[in-house]
Design a protein around this ligand. Structure first.
Ligand code: DON
Length: 585
């Protein structure tokens, strides 16, 4: 689907309309009392949502409201994040999930520490390096994207349970109640969901269990305003509420998932589920123009390359060069290319390969790379043959950000990979299965669905986590969180999050402006500078004169961000994907 200017503008206006409308109902008047360090940039252009105490920003309004109600009941940011995670699994089935995985970066204000929770899927024990190659030695795309074998062992339930166990305040069961209610009693289908389900139909049609959940009994599509009830999902959620994550990994849900696998040549066994562990990791950290960046370490490539690119960019006065100037975009593109080249070589699951995190995020290395960049002319990507990147553009991961009145913060990005994952619901569970195995480099040098290539470091291996680009990120000033952000967007996630940081820190935009500003992206291979509609033709011409191949494609990402400002928090839900909400009190 091409995102043309005429489509982008209505989205922005609808978003603004929603944002302003919501601000009338959900927020209190702005107080200008000073409250410690802030990154609120007060130019009066597009307004974010203000909240004095706590704020939840997600891509789906009902889920944001669930998070807000948890905060109001005395839950902390992690309680709200857990409840939103389960609610999105019901109301945003494209990306919210129980059958996928993700990452959470948490700041705990009492302990003054940040930690990264890794609940990325793992490869089943039966998945070895060449598992997804056909007899001709080519990657079997059908198998790695659309079959039961596309699924990694899901991590979401274990991840949310781990987050709750370490940081939660309210009882676990209580946090699942809203999701259970939404699944059991149903919720009104939005225009976006109706359209997205219609688009997903060709993939779901193979699977009776998927059709049964996401289409009416007579096979008809849900229309906007219809009620979508998910009884099997409600039962699965109830089991998780009562028995905890054991229900998913060892109990009745595990039994049903494995039965579905066995009926369809899937790889996931009872042992795979039983052996799954969410992991607490040390976040990756960097400094950029006086701010501390805290983000997701491997098995995400996000934090490492976010910091690497920021380090390179620190060489130049971007604020002076201007936010949408060819000079700035050229520097961004050249820095991005170098980071993505390194990604293809070095990044993988740190439990299996040695990822040189310190080296990649070192200022000295960034200076070396910056010195290689020609400020007048682009340098072409090297001769590694990437093949043709796939045209698949369904962008369905989701991010949400939460802050509470104590100053705790949670940034969560989780996913099924494609919209609705493989499109397969495991019979009797209401749970969609991810197709995260495609995030491995199934064959060295052959691009995955996002055009990303890799080698040994990200080869398939039993129990291994596929490399991710998800970049849930916290930014600190003087030890206080001042920005919470993240995005979906496959390979574009890292550069999308990067531009939120640059727009806020260098270009002094408020979070609404920082969000709607047009984005650019370069991932080394394919050797193209991808931009959104909205950049001026003059700028594009200058970039082309510098040697860039500039292509205008779909809008990139859907950031859900919060910044600290005068009197409290300011949030903004990206208008590129309608239906989100910043809900605070
Ligand atoms: O983990 C990753 O990097 C991908 N599975 C994310 C996919 C994604 O963001 C799709 N949609 N926006």
């Amino acid at each position: 689907m091409k995102f043309t200017l005429s489509r982008l503008f209505p989205c922005i206006f609808i978003g603004l309309f929603l944002a302003i409308g919501c601000s009338l109902f959900l927020v209190q008047p702005i107080s200008f009392a000073s409250a410690g360090p802030a990154v609120y940039n007060a130019r009066d252009r597009i307004h974010p949502i203000f909240a004095r105490n706590g704020l939840v920003v997600s891509q789906e309004a009902l889920a944001s409201e669930v998070g807000l109600s948890i905060l109001k009941q005395g839950g902390n940011a992690v309680d709200a994040a857990v409840a939103v995670g389960f609610a999105l699994a019901v109301t945003l089935p494209q990306a919210g999930n129980l059958g996928g995985g993700g990452f959470m970066v948490v700041y705990d204000t009492m302990r003054r520490t940040s930690e990264a929770l890794d609940f990325r899927e793992t490869a089943p024990a039966a998945a070895n390096r060449d598992h997804y190659l056909n007899q001709q030695g080519a990657v079997d795309e059908q198998r790695i994207r659309y079959s039961h074998q596309a699924a990694g062992v899901p991590g979401t339930v274990a991840g949310l349970a781990l987050a709750h166990q370490r940081h939660g305040r309210l009882p676990w069961r209580h946090l699942l109640e809203p999701a259970i209610r939404l699944a059991d009693q149903g919720f009104p289908v939005s225009t976006e969901l109706a359209q997205s389900l219609r688009e997903a139909r060709p993939r779901m049609e193979y699977w009776p269990a998927s059709l049964q959940v996401f289409f009416k009994a007579d096979g008809a599509a849900y229309q906007p305003g219809d009620t979508l009830v998910q009884k099997d999902l409600a039962t699965s959620l109830r089991r998780i509420a009562i028995q905890g994550s054991k229900a998913f990994y060892e109990g009745e849900i595990a039994r049903k998932l494995v039965a579905d696998m066995q009926a369809h040549k899937g790889l996931i066994t009872r042992d795979d589920l039983k052996n799954y562990r969410a992991v607490v990791r040390e976040p990756v950290r960097g400094r950029y123009r006086g701010y501390e960046i805290v983000s997701m370490p491997p098995p995400s490539s996000g934090g490492v390359h976010l910091i690497q690119i920021l380090n390179i960019l620190e060489a130049w006065p971007l604020a002076e060069l201007g936010s949408q100037s060819a000079a700035t975009i050229h520097r961004l593109a050249e820095a991005m290319k170098r980071a993505y080249a390194d990604r293809s070589e070095y990044l993988g699951d740190p439990d299996f390969v040695n990822v040189p995190i310190a080296g990649l995020t070192a200022k000295a290395y960034a200076r070396e790379l910056a010195a290689q960049i020609d400020l007048e002319q682009t340098q072409p990507a090297t001769a590694i043959k990437p093949g043709q990147p796939q045209r698949y553009e369904s962008e369905q991961t989701t991010h949400y950000s939460v802050v509470d009145r104590q100053g705790n913060a949670a940034a969560v990005t989780y996913t099924l990979n494609f919209g609705y994952g493989s499109g397969i619901v495991a019979a009797g569970t209401g749970i969609l299965l991810n197709n995260e195995m495609d995030d491995f480099a199934a064959k060295p040098g052959v691009p995955n669905a996002y055009g990303l290539i890799g080698g040994d470091a990200n080869a398939v291996g039993p129990g291994k986590r596929p490399l991710s680009s998800m970049t849930p990120t916290l930014v600190f000033k003087d030890g206080q969180p001042v920005l919470v952000t993240g995005s979906p967007g496959g390979s574009r996630i890292i550069t999308t999050v990067l531009q939120i940081l640059l727009n806020v820190i260098d270009h002094q935009m408020n979070i609404a402006e920082a969000t709607v500003a047009p984005r650019v992206h370069h991932q080394w291979l394919p050797d193209e500078l991808r931009i959104e509609e909205g950049l001026s033709p003059d700028t594009i011409r200058v970039l082309e004169e510098m040697g860039h191949t500039v292509v205008i494609k779909d809008a990139m990402g859907s950031t859900q961000s919060i910044v600290r400002g005068p009197g409290g928090w300011y949030g903004f839900s990206d208008t590129r994907r309608p239906g989100g909400l910043a809900a605070g009190y």
